[in-house]
Design a protein around this ligand. Structure first.
Ligand code: FAD
Length: 308
C-alpha cells in the first residue's frame, strides 16, 4: 500500500535522484535555497552559525555533510575532519557537539574500520568533554549502526544514537538502549522505507513517536526530542511534567533553518534547545531529504529560481 506520505517522499526523492536534476541543483543549489538548510560549504560559516545560536541560548550539533564513502582513504579523511572539528570547537569555546553518519566513516566498507574511526572521533571529543551523536541512516544500516554504537558505548560514555519512530522495530531497540543507559535522539525518520519496515501512515508514525518518547522519559535516560511538530513538542512537555523529568534530562532538537522562531521560544522558556547545523560541499542528499519532507520547500526553491 502506498500512502500519501510515501508517495510524496518517493516522488521528490525520485526527482532529486535524477542525474540532470542532481547536476543542476548541485551547481546552483546554494542560490536555489540549500543555504536555508545548510550553514555553508566552509567550516568558518558553520562556526559563525553556531556562535549566533549560542548567543540566544541555543546549543548546536555540527554535521560535516557526507554519506557512504567509496574507499578507506575517504573514510579516514572524514575521521580527520571530525577530529579537527572537535579540536576547533574547543579552541573557540563553542557550545556544540557533533553528529556523524557511520557510513561516512566506512560502515559500508568494513564495520571494523568504522568502529576504529568513529572510536577515534569519540575519544578526541572525550578529551575535550564533548559528545558525539551517531545519526541513523536508512533501514539497511539500522542493525550495523546499533551494533557499532553498542561496541562504542561499552568503552565510552560520550556517545549517543538516533532512533526513528517510523521503524516497526524501534520499540524493541529503545528497550535495549534504555537497559544500556544510552542517550537517544528520537526523530520520525527521513528515508523512503517499505511498509514492512516502517509505518506508512503519518498518524501511526506520530503515535509511535509519542509512545517511544513517553517510555524513554519514564526510563530515566537522556532523551533528545528531535521534531518541529507542535503536537510532539506539546506531548514532550506534558510527559516531562507528568513524569517529573528534570530539564537537564531531555532536550528539544530541530534542524538549522526550520522553525527558527520556535527554537528561540523554547530556549527562552527554559528548555534545552539544540540545533543540528550541517555544513560542507556534500549537501545534496541532505537537501533532497528536506525537500521530500515538505513539498512546499520545492515551491521555495522554484521561487528562488526567479528571484534576482
Ligand atoms: P513533520 O510532521 O514532518 O513536520 C512537522 C512540521 O515541521 C511541519 O508541518 C513543518 O511546519 C515543519 N517541517 C518539518 N520538516 C520540514 C522541512 N523539511 N522544511 C520545512 N518545515 C518542515 N532523520 C533520520 O532519519 N535520521 C536522523 O539521524 C535524523 N536526525 C535528525 C536530527 C534532528 C535534530 C532533527 C530535527 C531531525 C532529524 N531527522 C533525522 C529528520 C526527521 O526524521 C524528520 O524527517 C524531520 O524532522 C521532519 O519530521 P518532524 O518531526 O519535524 O515532523
Amino acid at each position: 500500500m502506498v500512502t500519501a506520505m510515501n508517495r510524496t517522499r518517493g516522488l521528490v526523492l525520485g526527482l532529486t535522484g535524477h542525474p540532470w536534476v542532481s547536476r543542476t541543483v548541485t551547481r546552483y543549489g546554494m542560490r536555489l535555497g540549500a543555504r536555508r538548510f545548510v550553514a555553508g560549504e566552509r567550516l568558518d560559516e558553520a562556526m559563525t552559525a553556531i556562535a549566533g545560536l549560542n548567543r540566544v541560548g541555543i546549543r548546536g550539533t555540527l554535521d560535516y555533510l557526507g554519506e557512504s564513502v567509496q574507499d578507506a582513504p575517504q573514510a579516514e579523511a572524514a575521521c580527520e575532519t571530525y577530529c579537527s572539528l572537535v579540536e576547533e570547537i574547543a579552541r573557540r569555546g563553542l557550545d556544540t557537539n557533533v553528529s556523524l553518519k557511520a557510513s561516512q566513516l566506512g560502515l559500508d566498507l568494513d564495520p571494523k574500520l568504522a568502529l576504529e574511526l568513529v572510536g577515534r572521533v569519540v575519544e578526541t571529543a572525550g578529551r575535550h568533554g564533548n559528545f558525539v551523536r551517531i545519526d541513523m541512516e536508512d533501514s539497511h544500516h539500522t542493525q550495523a549502526t546499533l551494533d557499532l554504537f553498542r561496541a562504542l558505548r561499552e568503552r565510552h560514555e560520550n556517545v549517543g544514537i538516533v532512533i526513528q519512530a517510523y521503524l516497526r522495530r524501534s520499540a524493541g531497540d529503545m528497550r535495549d538502549l534504555a537497559a544500556m543507559g544510552a542517550s537517544v535522539r528520537l526523530c520520525k525518520g527521513a528515508y523512503l522505507e517499505p511498509p514492512e519496515v516502517a509505518f506508512p501512515d503519518k498518524k501511526d508514525v506520530d503515535a509511535s513517536f509519542e509512545e517511544l518518547m513517553r517510555a524513554y522519559m519514564a526510563s530515566g535516560n537522556h532523551l533528545a526530542v528531535a521534531t518541529h511538530d507542535d503536537r510532539m513538542i506539546a506531548a514532550a512537555k506534558r510527559f516531562a511534567d507528568e513524569l517529573r523529568v528534570p530539564r537537564d534530562r531531555f532536550e528539544f532538537q530541530m534542524l538549522y533553518g526550520i522553525r527558527p522562531r520556535a527554537q528561540r521560544e523554547l530556549a527562552a522558556d527554559g528548555y534545552r534547545m539544540r540545533v543540528y547545523v550541517p555544513y560542507g560541499t556534500e549537501w545534496y542528499p541532505y537537501f533532497s531529504r528536506r525537500l521530500a519532507e515538505r513539498p512546499a520547500n520545492i515551491l521555495f526553491v522554484l521561487a528562488n529560481l526567479f528571484r534576482r
